[in-house]
Design a protein around this ligand. Structure first.
Ligand code: HEC
Length: 140
């Protein structure tokens, strides 16, 4: 019995390692995903980027602790367009609902396409808006 439990623990660990590896990504997103990624960078990354201490990433990391669902939205492969639309239009906890004047239906569709695309097509993790702004400032 002890051996079975130990094997299960090793398997669980191996699965976790595989999931973590999947989230290491580089380069630009596939061209057809660029618009959705830009929407994500502007409206979502400030709370959901790959950095602890952000409201969204923190909450979702705690929510899914012990599961193989990652806390970073950009690393998820379980989201669907209706689920994304629901949260974007209704908000939850500290997440505000976004109006059509902020994120149009077309932009929401592009955002959903990005967040549901195969991980390898999504390119590198979106940087924090603050990092992006610092780079823009430095390039001026
Ligand atoms: C002001 C911070 C903030 C912004 C901006 C924000 N979110 Fe969130 N979001 C959160 C928080 C906090 C939660 C988790 C709430 C909870 O504890 O369940 C969340 C939850 C979600 C969830 C639910 C995931 C789940 O499995 O429960 C989705 C989907 C989501 N956000 C998508 C988005 C998208 C897409 C954007 C950009 C359009 C966005 N969020 C912008 C803070 C934010």
């Amino acid at each position: 019995m002890r051996i079975v439990l130990a094997t299960a623990a090793v398997l669980a660990f191996a699965t976790g390692a595989a999931t973590a590896q999947q989230s290491v990504r580089t380069g630009p997103a596939a061209p057809e995903l660029a618009e959705g990624k830009a929407v994500y960078a502007h409206w979502c990354a400030p709370c959901h980027a790959d950095s602890m201490g952000l409201a969204g990433t923190n909450s979702l990391t705690i929510k899914y602790e012990g599961t193989d669902i990652p806390g970073v939205l950009e690393d998820r492969t379980d989201l669907t367009a209706p689920v994304i639309s629901y949260f974007v239009r209704n908000g939850i906890a500290w997440m505000p609902p976004f109006r059509r004047t902020e994120i149009s239906d077309a932009e929401l569709a592009a955002l959903s396409a990005y967040l549901t695309a195969p991980l390898e097509d999504r390119g590198a993790h979106t940087p924090l808006l603050a990092e992006e702004m610092a780079e823009m400032e430095a390039a001026r």
